[in-house]
Write a protein that binds this ligand. Structure first.
Ligand SMILES: C[S@@+](CC[C@H](N)C(=O)[O-])C[C@H]1O[C@@H](n2cnc3c(N)ncnc32)[C@H](O)[C@@H]1O
Length: 334
């Protein structure tokens, strides 16, 4: 049994004692950062908003620890394949599992040949056909398409999501001896979490998700990280990418939400532009403070490898972080 159905807010997480891991591997996924983020979770809020949900590490953490009990959750991402997959898992759970089981069987027989066959002859053509059906169809996935997305995520290189210029998914096969492809229990648990009363899943830009955020809202923002150097590797999750202008617009949206009374928590890289954006006077007036923590990301840059690499947690939540081992509350401008 999942959340109690019915009244919008009377939610009871039946799986509160069992940690629910995300369904997908996702570049920049925040499972490992949870111990650093948790001290900043507010104890009191009405609605949770996650505008860059990806694999949803923080959402699933809040869900399984009962912090969403009696609250609404708005999950948002601009990647239509991802949102389509979540919706199919939520609405057609058993059909997704059946299709995934079939892919698992095929993969056991043919390994990476199966991967490339699925990627190039089935997944990409189905996505291309879907895009001819207009914007409304973009974030709709059949159970078969959702299963292929999960299969490619579990068996592709590092679970990356990357598109070529034509919009085709072009991640190469990973080298996994015995990848776990169909974890039916996890698919069902994720479906229960996503179909909980009060949870919505939307494929919209972050601005739309933040536009009305204010008092009573807890907003967690985990945008594609600003690269630390020109050669740093980063995932391209959406066709348009996420550049300097996007980070500027995000800063404005986040500051406005904080000024309207939302509790804001953000993770980002310690790129100088990000540090400057969130420790300036406007960010201070919005009540935001910047915490540096040791980064656990692999950075593909000789310059960045020379010294210790850090990432940022930016928040206006009252915090116990400086008492957590391994966390530094040093001023971010150093
Ligand atoms: C760093 S990942 C989030 C990872 C997530 N916190 C997790 O634990 O898996 C950033 C996400 O932002 C999404 N994204 C990129 N541009 C966006 C935009 N303009 N609006 C909303 N989401 C966007 C990407 O599709 C990607 O899933």
């Amino acid at each position: 049994m999942g959340w109690g159905a019915g009244a919008d807010k009377a939610l009871v997480p039946a799986e509160a004692s069992m940690p629910l891991r995300p369904l997908l591997k996702w570049a920049g996924g925040k499972r490992q950062l949870l111990p650093a983020l948790r001290p900043h979770y507010p104890t009191s809020f009405d609605r949770y908003i996650e505008p860059f949900v990806g694999s949803g590490a923080v959402f699933f953490d809040l869900y399984t620890t009962g912090r969403l009990q009696g609250r609404r959750a708005r999950l948002v991402d601009l990647n239509p394949d991802l949102i389509g997959c979540y919706r199919a898992v939520r609405d057609q759970t058993e059909a997704v599992i059946d299709a995934l089981r079939e892919l698992e069987r095929e993969h056991r027989d043919r390994g990476s040949d199966c991967y490339y066959d699925v990627r190039d002859r089935r997944f990409n053509p189905a996505r291309a056909e879907r895009s001819t059906r207009g914007a409304g169809a973009a974030a709709a996935a059949s159970p078969g398409l959702a299963a292929m997305f999960i299969y490619l995520n579990r068996t592709g290189f590092n679970g990356l999501f990357r598109l070529n210029r034509q919009g085709g998914f072009n991640v190469p096969a990973g080298r996994y001896a015995d990848p776990r492809i169909c974890d039916a229990d996890r698919v069902r648990s994720v479906a229960r979490a996503l179909s909980s009363a009060g949870v919505t899943i939307e494929c919209i830009p972050f601005e739309d998700a933040l536009e009305n955020a204010g008092r009573g809202d807890f907003v967690y923002c985990d945008p594609p990280y600003a690269p630390l150097s020109r050669t740093a590797s980063f995932a391209q999750y959406t066709a348009g990418g996420f550049g300097v202008q996007d980070h500027r617009r995000l800063q404005k949206s986040v500051l406005s939400a904080a000024k309207r009374g939302a509790t804001v928590l953000m993770s980002n890289s310690s790129a100088p532009a990000i540090v400057a954006a969130y420790r300036g006077p406007a960010a201070r007036r919005a009540g935001l403070t910047v915490h540096r923590i040791p980064a656990r990301r692999a950075i593909n840059s000789r310059a960045a490898l020379r010294g210790p690499v850090e990432e940022l947690i930016i928040t206006n939540a009252s915090t116990t972080a400086r008492h957590q081992p391994g966390l530094s509350a040093a001023p971010a401008g150093r």
